[in-house]
Design a protein around this ligand. Sequence first.
Ligand SMILES: [Cu+2]
Length: 152
Amino acid sequence: MRCLAPLLLAPALIAACQPASSPAGDGPVLSYEDAFIMAPIGGRDVTMGGIRITVEGGDVTLTGARSDVAATVETHTMAMVNDKMTMRPVESFEIKDGETLELKRGGDHLMLFGVVPDLAAGEAANISFTFETADGETLTLEAEAEVRARGE
Ligand SMILES: [Cu+2]
């Protein structure tokens, strides 16, 4: 948790810790937009979500995600199998310096399992992403996701 030290020394630096970044400003800096989770339909406890994550200042690898509203969050990709689009879990996604990883419906996406039963459109939910930098450091990105209804 590299944000803690400067945060304790100088409260003014709190802003520098959001989004996740190295304290000294060197190393990769992550930002995000359009984080969402689809409201589960028909009482199901499985749904998908998405986000756009951009990195500046170095390559990172997205190695995991979790949320308070789901038991587990997986990263999935889509692939053609026997002429059918199917999805499968992937261990990680690499994001090159200056590039944006887009997780969305119909492409690479987030899959949430064991979703809390009362999650409804219009609510907000957290998604916490874990990254590894090229020199083996761990970064986290705390995203606030909008819960969306089908068709939005
Ligand atoms: Cu999936």
